[in-house]
Design a protein around this ligand. Structure first.
Ligand code: FE2
Ligand code: FE2
Length: 332
């Protein structure tokens, strides 16, 4: 299948531009071709001014930018320019994007006709519902109790408000239902690229250093979406473990940049713009290479309660069908 333009479909996530070093990374992001599109897969930042700065910059450079929210954009912080919570904050972000010409999960799904196309790009906002539970627990309450007992609790618990939904998991279930209805209406003859901040399957979370954190990383409700629909690739972030895995024959791309303390620890600096289409050839490799010094492991530890949440570094494993590689994981 070949597209009608020479453009590539690129992706990045978790650029966390409150960090000056990450701003510099974003300022260096440029398309390789006038027709390149960019998927921005959440966690641009916490403050609206930061989100607008990054999306305005990128929208001015790429032929099209598609954004989905991460958990950080949904935080309600007292120092932000607006005082909005939950759905109202999300809708404000969607309006901000509309003003910048950036597509969101609320737009009709755009057709990619560049290299590797045609495919339908599906930006999604699904959140999480505490169903990626730790071993030995069978309810949300038990999962949360295990997290508090371990001292590993996502900052979302205090700053990501679900209003008007009664809970974040209720908001998640509503978003899943809305999105599934739209997916069911997509013609099957054009493959889909599913784009969501959180992984659609649990497997990528198996290498979290603190497995108890997985409950803030997705929902079991999407476990079969990559096989139920005609899916060319799934693009996600949030874990700060950039890599490529394959699940049931479908390519999953974790495209996060992560925090400076994380990407500084990788031995090899590689492009932060990940190519989704045309599908890269050859053995997938992590964009930042392998960690070069285990002593930096400690630098990735984020105290529970610190901004960004406490999800620290992980040993290295790879859940795809290929060989193990050294990876580590940081806060999300
Ligand atoms: Fe995130
Ligand atoms: Fe993140």
């Amino acid at each position: 299948m070949s597209g009608t333009t020479r453009g590539r479909l690129l992706a990045t996530s978790d650029i966390h531009v409150r960090h000056p070093e990450n701003r510099a990374v974003v300022e260096a992001m440029r398309p390789g071709h006038d027709d390149d599109w960019l998927l921005v897969v959440g966690d641009v930042g916490e403050l609206l001014d930061d989100v607008e700065w990054a999306l305005r910059l990128l929208a001015g450079r790429f032929a099209k930018v598609v954004w989905v929210p991460g958990n950080h954009e949904l935080w309600s912080l007292s120092r932000d320019a607006v005082d909005l919570r939950g759905e109202a904050r999300y809708r404000h972000l969607v309006d901000l994007c509309a003003g910048l010409g950036v597509l969101t999960p609320e737009d009709p799904y755009p057709l990619w006709t560049g290299q590797g196309g045609p495919v339908r790009i599906v930006p999604m906002f699904l959140l999480y519902d505490y169903t990626f539970r730790p071993a030995g627990t069978s309810t949300k309450e038990e999962a949360l109790a295990a997290a508090y007992a371990a001292g590993v609790v996502c900052s979302d618990e205090s700053v990501l408000h679900p209003d008007p939904y009664p809970s974040r998991d209720a908001w998640c279930r509503a978003r899943v239902a809305i999105t599934q209805a739209r997916l069911d209406e997509c013609p099957r003859d054009v493959p889909l690229v599913l784009v969501n901040h959180f992984p659609l399957v649990r497997e990528p979370t198996r290498i979290l250093r603190y497995p108890v954190f997985a409950q803030w990383c997705g929902t079991e409700l999407t476990a079969d979406w990559h096989t139920r629909y005609n899916v060319a690739a799934v693009v996600y972030g949030h874990l700060h473990i950039p890599r490529t895995t394959v699940h049931d024959g479908v390519r999953f791309e974790e495209v996060s940049v992560g925090y400076p303390r994380e990407w500084r620890s990788w031995r090899t600096r590689r492009p932060v713009l990940r190519q989704i289409l045309p599908a890269p050839t050859g053995e997938p490799v992590p964009p930042w290479g392998a960690p070069h010094d285990e002593s930096e492991h400690a630098a990735l530890q984020v105290p529970p309660g610190a901004p960004g949440g406490p999800v620290p570094a992980a040993p290295a494993v790879r859940s795809s069908q290929s060989q193990s590689q050294p990876y580590r994981q940081g806060a999300v």
